[in-house]
Write a protein that binds this ligand. Structure first.
Ligand code: GTP
Length: 238
């Protein structure tokens, strides 16, 4: 069987994705679809760690815009990511996949606390690793969490699942003439302020450590597996 292009990867799923067609919260039907997409990529033999956002439930930045203390709002956002991580774990395990959930904020009754060496062991054993609770620190986005965890777990690439099918030179929702990049350099992605696919600190970490970022649309069946196998899907930032 053909081997995946990337042996170990980190998948970043935004919290927004978890709400599927709903306005808020978690859409179990959509989460089941996500789980099937992840299952098919996992079957290629790739080791997969997942960082999930929490924007479908609570967003720290939005809370602070309404006068909340930013750190408190961010901690609430981190808890929201754990809701999503648990929903994803449940959907994956219903498919018979062995998973381990680790959280950056200790809540031992429901998940293992994040420990790098343990996380690596899970990946080496072929367990799907889900990471909840961001980094456990406020003022850090889940994109940056994805880059940081990706680096410390030795992932060759960060797979950023988005609503659009890659990176464009302008917003494709507003400019129908926007052009899609198939590849892009990490330098370009970092220097061009129009490219907002991940925040600057996440791109900067990947750039400094030569980790690829693959931006792809998760809503197209089979896309994630294709991207893991190295087929041309979305945009590769390398
Ligand atoms: P190996 O050491 O590689 O065999 O890993 P393992 O995860 O199978 O072993 P371990 O005995 O550490 O974990 C068994 C189960 O308990 C797994 O489902 C873990 O996710 C879970 N587990 C381990 N530590 C904790 C914890 O602190 N809290 C919770 N809630 N579950 C835990």
């Amino acid at each position: 069987m053909k081997k995946p292009k990337y042996k170990r990867i980190l998948l970043k799923i935004s919290g927004e994705a978890m709400k599927g067609k709903r306005d808020y919260g978690i859409d179990p039907e959509y989460v089941s679809y996500l789980a099937k997409e992840i299952e098919s990529a996992h079957k290629t033999g790739a080791q997969i760690a997942i960082v999930v956002g929490g924007g479908n439930i609570f967003r720290g930045v939005a809370g602070s815009k309404h006068g909340m203390d930013r750190a408190t709002a961010d901690y609430m956002g981190m808890l929201a990511t754990i809701f999503n991580a648990m929903a994803l774990q449940d959907a994956l395990e219903r498919l018979g996949i062995t998973t381990r959930l680790q959280t950056a904020i200790e809540m031992k009754q429901i998940a293992e606390p994040f420990a790098r060496r343990k996380a690596l062991r899970h990946l080496e054993k072929g367990r799907l690793l889900i990471l909840g609770g961001g980094t456990g620190l406020p003022f850090i986005t889940t994109d940056t969490t994805a880059a940081m965890r990706g680096l410390e777990l030795g992932c060759a690439a960060i797979f950023k699942a988005t609503k659009v099918d890659g990176v464009y030179d302008d917003d494709p929702a507003e400019n129908p003439k926007a052009k899609k990049f198939t590849t892009l350099s990490l330098d370009h992605a970092f220097q061009n302020d129009k490219i907002k696919v991940m925040d600057k600190s996440a791109i900067s970490l990947c750039r400094a450590n030569k980790v690829h970022i693959i931006v792809f649309k998760l809503n197209e069946k089979g896309n994630f597996k294709k991207a893991v196998m190295g087929e041309k899907v979305g945009t590769t930032i390398c």
